[in-house]
Design a protein. Sequence first.
Length: 250
Amino acid sequence: MSRALVLAGGGVGGIAWEVGFLLGVQEASSAAATYLLASDLILGTSAGATVAAQVAGGASLPDLFASQIAESTSEIEPQVDMALLVDTFGADADKPPIERLRRIGALAMGADTVSARVRREVIEARLPAHVWPDRRLAITATDAISGEVVVFERDDKVPLVDAVAASCAVPGLWPTVAINGRRYMDGGVRSTANALLARGHDEVIVLCPSPEPGTYLMGGSLVEELANLEDSAVLLPVFGHSSPRGARWS
């Protein structure tokens, strides 16, 4: 039985929620927490990429939680007009998603943001370990030029900090990340979870810091995505939905 743990995006609040959820599971049942964290694949997108890298690297959940509630923080506030940004992303809704993603990528590469160095320091501070773990960890990002989703893993020889920074590079808020001559932006632009990348696993457990499965910016939704994992037992704890096959928690 193979198992994938999918950690979706949701900003800094999403990081806090996912860490808090996992710690709550651990406090309720150490066996359940071990079951989750021992998944064959840990897949992270955007905020979920941060948590995926943290837990796959063996970070202590109590320590991660303590950092979330600490008075001091290394996080920085983006200087951006959010209403304008949302309107910009919502434009050209009649165009194919790949065209819209390329336009957003062009916007991201031209945006006036903090420097890549300053942003990278924030990501470095989030991660207790800066090297890829021996286990399977996958981090998503979006190619800012082609609009395609890419997946970084240990064998790609991309620095872990850069992979997570790329996955968290919300277009217009944070700088795109240069990796091997390409520019990358947030892995969650098209799908906040990229759960379909977990296809092939017997069980797929998805943590998504959202009160309900809304529609994606480019169309579709997490619920629709999970429905296409027809050969997997899917558990979505935050919404309480699971496939008929269910999932084991022991």
